[in-house]
Write a protein that binds this ligand. Structure first.
Ligand code: IVH
Length: 686
């Protein structure tokens, strides 16, 4: 073995040991103390990482590795009971590809015979085993480590949806029946519980699953009773008596015996349909009144299940499909400081690439120095990340147990990383700024902002092209863009003639983007897209805005003194005035065309309510109504003049009928508009 290999293998061995130590720790927090420190997703990722390492280095698998056990250990306070048939856990698939791999393995295990699958919701609660003898509930136990669990019979008896006695189906009651299911807390009950706890100053439960576990493992069953726990059952363990041919038959029989099964299960005969069904729940799951963390795919035929058998801890005939992780852990390899268009220095974490919510993430924003200090984020740390607003990766917290001894605290640079000028932190601000107006980073980022989607929306001009144009001295500011010719661009690295033409056409088209987008694109501090639109609407002309007084500005609801001061400061700078006038002379529209309301319209001054499904999106109808001088409201009342009702209209239609409000369908509505359409109704808004 070469020295490198030895070094590498030692590092892997240490990593395996560290992962095992942490997983044991988190298992204990989760199962024994009911006080997890990390999310399940993060736990799953750590476990998976360990599985990967052990798969690559099987010689280091030990019997006490967390990968070799199903779950936690029994807590003090409840009797330990053995399960007659082990309670297994499931392997995970995180993508359609992994489901296909699972399918290939199943087919191979069944001599190329394609199976039928049952797909069920994976309820996010805790597994229980219910033992019925001669039709009577005798014992209920948690899963525990899969072989031994805790006897929670008294508490489970308080759950109303758990039958104490099986229904009489006409057949003799089975001698023994082990029923497996998931106990969960509906989201509404969870919110209520936490509300009560916050009022009485008790610590809050992190999620409904923890709350369900905490509620089930109460030593006083009276407490459990108040918690509104519920159950869905999904399978059988040991049994004597009736046999079943398929899992779906078993689910049907369980429902007939009086159990609550979840009715979203479906049978499919091909993996593509399974994948489609799984995908269909990605968004829909948020409408359920309880949490699910994925779906479970099971081979339907019990004979086929038998043939497939199981690995050390997981059946080969079933798998859990998990939704893309909303959180992930990864390592901060470095922290890089970028300079934005207003000169603000923004630290960004450079991460070991990791999958997160459907994409691979290698950077995350750290916002500012205060944020880093508050979370104590250091280079070398393992951190939990998520996507803020489902888009921007952000560091949430540091996994302190993973901190290496040589982790490096971050220091904000004293000089601008782009121009070398000193940076300052203004009183009361979190941000450090480079105050050099000639800083190349500010020019570049300002241009990136100017062309961005919500500003002038110029396609094809990415940061790299802009950087090249600036570096070559072909542009210095936004106005210069309007003088570019296709032949200037075509010579640039990686730009063909066709893309050059497209870019020039996109620049030309942006002349018509309108005042709101232009104002946003100028990058005036505190003027976001929304404020820019308000200003454009109110002033209608950049020259009027440039001369606006504080009173005029703050008279607008959305504008406070801080924004007003920033706008005035912007237009007090001769450089900015010059830029605006150059944009004007190059044909960029700096005036808003006045929208006139058609006072002769039959809708002028009327109140309308829109309901049901219409042939076009609702905002289009609302805009049309507003242009005609009408108002829209969300509920029908005596003040409603018209109800515009599409198909599948419901209670609003009934209410309008009751109140005698005039009801219009689309055709009726358009006919009404035509009645008095005398030509003033100018669609171009002029
Ligand atoms: S089947 C051998 N079906 O997920 C099959 N499990 O990691 C074992 N779960 O311990 C489980 N909904 O707590 C199955 N419809 C469902 C489920 C489900 C939730 C939980 C259960 C199990 C874990 C598997």
């Amino acid at each position: 073995m070469s020295p490198e290999t030895t070094g590498e293998s030692r590092a892997v061995q240490e990593k395996i040991a560290a992962l095992r130590r942490d997983l044991h720790h988190h298992n204990h927090r989760y199962y024994v103390l009911d006080a997890p420190e990390i999310s399940d997703v993060v736990f799953d990722q750590m476990l998976r990482r360990l599985q990967e390492l052990e798969a690559a280095y099987p010689e280091w698998i030990t019997p006490d590795s967390p990968t070799q056990r199903v779950g936690g250990v029994a807590a003090a306070g409840f009797d330990r009971v053995a399960h007659r048939a082990p309670m297994l856990s499931l392997g995970n698939a995180f993508s359609p590809e992994e489901l296909k791999t699972f399918h290939s393995r199943v087919i191979a295990g069944l001599n190329d015979e394609p199976p039928e699958y049952v797909v069920e919701l994976k309820i996010d609660g805790l597994a229980v085993n219910l033992i019925y003898e001669q039709g009577l509930l005798m014992q209920a136990a948690t899963r525990g480590d899969g072989e031994y669990g805790e006897n929670v019979t008294t508490n489970v008896r308080t759950i109303r949806s758990v039958p104490q006695v099986l229904f009489d189906t006409g057949e003799p009651a089975p001698e023994l029946l082990e029923v497996r299911g998931e106990i969960y807390l509906p989201r509404q009950a969870f919110d209520r519980l936490n509300l009560v706890r916050s009022e009485s100053g008790e610590p809050l439960f992190a999620n409904p699953r923890n709350a369900a576990a905490g509620s089930l493992r109460q030593l006083d069953p009276a407490v459990t009773r108040q918690r509104a726990l519920d159950i869905f059952v999904y399978g059988l363990g040991a049994r004597q008596g009736r046999e079943y041919a398929t899992h779906s038959e078993m689910l049907t029989a369980l429902a007939e015996l009086g159990f609550k099964t979840n009715n979203q299960w479906r049978v499919f005969d091909n993996i593509d349909a399974v994948i489609d069904y799984c995908g269909s729940w990605a968004e829909k799951r948020f409408q359920l009144p309880y949490d699910i963390d994925g779906l479970v795919i099971k081979v339907n035929s019990l004979a086929a299940q038998e043939r497939l058998g199981m690995t050390a801890k997981e059946p080969r005939w079933a798998i859990a499909y998990k939704f893309p992780a909303e959180q992930a852990t990864t390592k901060v390899e470095d922290i890089f400081t970028g300079v934005g268009r207003t000169g603000v220095l923004t630290p960004t974490a450079i991460l070991t690439p990791v999958r997160l919510a459907g994409s691979v993430v290698s950077r995350a924003t750290l916002h500012n120095a205060d944020y880093i200090e508050e979370k104590d984020i250091r280079i070398g740390d393992t951190v939990v990340i998520h996507k803020a607003g489902e888009i921007i990766p952000e560091v949430l917290s540091v996994v302190l147990v993973e901190r290496p001894a040589d982790a490096v605290p971050f220091q904000m640079p004293e000089n601008c990383p782009e121009c070398g000028n000193g940076v300052v932190r203004e009183a009361g601000e979190a941000a450090y700024r480079c105050l050099n107006p000639a800083c190349p980073a500010q020019a570049r980022e300002g241009m990136v902002h100017f062309v961005s989607r919500n500003a002038m929306n110029i396609d094809g001009l990415g940061p790299a092209v802009l950087q090249t144009l600036l570096a070559a001295g072909m542009v210095r500011d936004a106005a210069d863009l309007y003088q570019l010719k296709a032949e200037d661009l075509a010579g640039l690295e990686r730009l063909g003639e066709k893309s050059a033409q497209n870019i020039v056409a996109a620049i030309a088209a942006s002349r018509e983007a309108g005042l709101g987008r232009l104002l946003f694109g100028l990058g005036i501090r505190h003027v976001g897209a929304k404020v820019a639109a308000v200003l454009a609407e109110a002033f209608g002309d950049v020259d009027l805005l440039a001369r606006a007084t504080t009173e005029e500005l703050t008279a607008l609801e959305e504008i406070g003194p801080k924004i007003a001061e920033s706008i005035q400061g912007y237009f007090a700078d001769p450089e900015h005035l010059l830029l605006v006038s150059r944009l004007q002379s190059l044909g960029v529209k700096t005036r808003e065309e006045k929208k006139t309301v058609n006072v002769l319209s039959p809708l002028n001054g009327k109140t309308l309510v829109i309901t049901g499904t219409l042939s076009r999106p609702r905002p289009e109808w609302e805009a049309l109504i507003q242009k005609q001088g009408g108002k829209t409201s969300s509920s029908v009342s005596k003040k409603t003049d018209y109800l515009l009702a599409g198909t599948e209209a419901g209670s609003k239609l009934d209410k309008a009928r009751q109140l005698g409000v005039t009801i219009l369908d689309e055709a009726g509505f358009l006919a009404l508009l035509k009645q008095r359409d005398t030509g003033e109704n100018d669609d171009n808004g002029r």
